[in-house]
Design a protein around this ligand. Structure first.
Ligand SMILES: [Zn+2]
Length: 88
């Protein structure tokens, strides 16, 4: 899970050189027994090693969105459930 490098013009994976495919992905996060999931995130995924590349600055936004969901889960005491945010 990393930001796409602005110099990454060939759309190949920096880890293995594999082909990157544009996808809408979902990412799950768990912290202290609370599970949250973000869906519909635009990203490029390596077809070989499955490394995820977000748009520049995207990884930071995803982390902030996950943090917001954790805060909501704590506030509503939904410790045993799973909060899901779908971006459309
Ligand atoms: Zn790869």
């Amino acid at each position: 899970m990393k930001d796409m490098n602005k110099d990454l013009v060939k759309k190949s994976c920096t880890e293995c050189g594999g082909k990157l495919e544009y996808r809408l992905i979902s990412q799950g996060f768990e912290r202290g027994g609370i599970k949250v999931r973000l869906g519909g995130i635009k990203a490029y995924v390596c077809s070989t090693c499955k490394e995820i590349y977000f748009m520049p600055g995207g990884a930071d936004k995803v982390a902030k969105a996950a943090n917001a969901l954790f805060e909501l889960a704590k506030a509503e005491r939904q410790h045993k459930g799973q909060l899901i945010a779908q971006i459309s």
